[in-house]
Write a protein that binds this ligand. Structure first.
Ligand SMILES: NC(=O)c1ccc[n+]([C@@H]2O[C@H](COP(=O)([O-])OP(=O)(O)OC[C@H]3O[C@@H](n4cnc5c(N)ncnc54)[C@H](OP(=O)(O)O)[C@@H]3O)[C@@H](O)[C@H]2O)c1
Length: 224
């Protein structure tokens, strides 16, 4: 069976992606910051690994630990929202922390795991972005730091697709919609099950023609 590595797998969309890939028979390498506190995840009986995506050393340690394993889908899900602050309230450390977790980490993870993905059958790198990354649509929630971090992530994914094409790797950014999780809140439009099922379908349909794209969980292309 193919293998998927998922970051931020202990709760929210990452936990549901883990559940659905595992029930479809995939080998799941489920990563989270604190495996000992990830009760719901460990109950799924998947392989759980420690990974803090904000820590470059943690990324390298895991890549070394998994040396020789092939990873069909490298799924960058871990992310942070920060405060919803508008114009006049920019906070430098918070802005940079969002860039570190949401945009830099998927790049470092791609660099660390490129050999694992190249060795696989499917050769896909995906990242969970946000509709708020769209530079075309800036007319709702403020969140400068979050929007900018996910727009950075989109560029990282598009450039990865371009740079890794000759290794047969396809990369894409997928928005999960507004989802009922700790981040999305209870008023969110989508159940986590539906968002995760959509994301998995979009990843399954990724091919060279779709590489470098920005898609919704429903497969629709989102304007940059
Ligand atoms: N929910 C939505 O409506 C929505 C909309 C658009 C995009 N998204 C994106 O979807 C992804 C998942 O969001 P969610 O709604 O499931 O959020 P969530 O419920 O807040 O879960 C976030 C996950 O990311 C992990 N994480 C955060 N920082 C990390 C780090 N440094 N290292 C490793 N893991 C880290 C968290 O782990 P801990 O438990 O250790 O904190 C948690 O597992 C994120 O990228 C988010 O930006 C969500």
């Amino acid at each position: 069976m193919p293998t998927v590595l998922i970051t931020g797998a202990n709760r929210g969309i990452g936990l549901e992606l883990t559940r659905q890939y595992a029930s479809a028979g995939w080998d799941v390498i489920a990563c989270c910051r604190k495996p000992k506190e990830a009760g719901e995840l460990t109950a799924l009986k998947v392989e759980v690994k420690a990974l803090d995506v904000a820590d470059a050393a943690s990324i390298k340690t895991l890549a070394t630990d998994l040396k020789g394993r092939s990873i069909d889908v490298l799924l960058n899900n871990a992310g942070i929202l920060g405060r919803r602050i508008g114009f006049g309230h920019a906070e430098p450390d918070e802005f940079l922390e969002l860039q570190r977790v949401n945009a830099l980490a998927p790049l470092l993870i791609a660099e660390a795991f490129v050999a694992h993905v190249t060795a696989s059958g499917q050769k896909k790198i995906a990242a969970i972005t946000s509709g708020l990354a769209s530079i075309t649509n800036v007319n709702d929630a403020a969140s400068y730091a979050y929007r900018a971090s996910k727009a950075s992530l989109n560029m990282v994914m598009r450039k990865l697709d371009y740079d890794l094409k000759d290794r047969g790797i396809v990369a894409a950014a997928i928005s999960p919609g507004w989802v009922q999780t700790d981040m999305g809140g209870t008023d969110a439009a989508l159940k986590v099950e539906d968002s995760a099922a959509g994301i998995i379908k979009v990843i399954a349909g990724l091919d060279a023609a779709k590489g470098g794209g920005f898609f919704g969980y429903d497969g629709e292309t989102i304007p940059w």
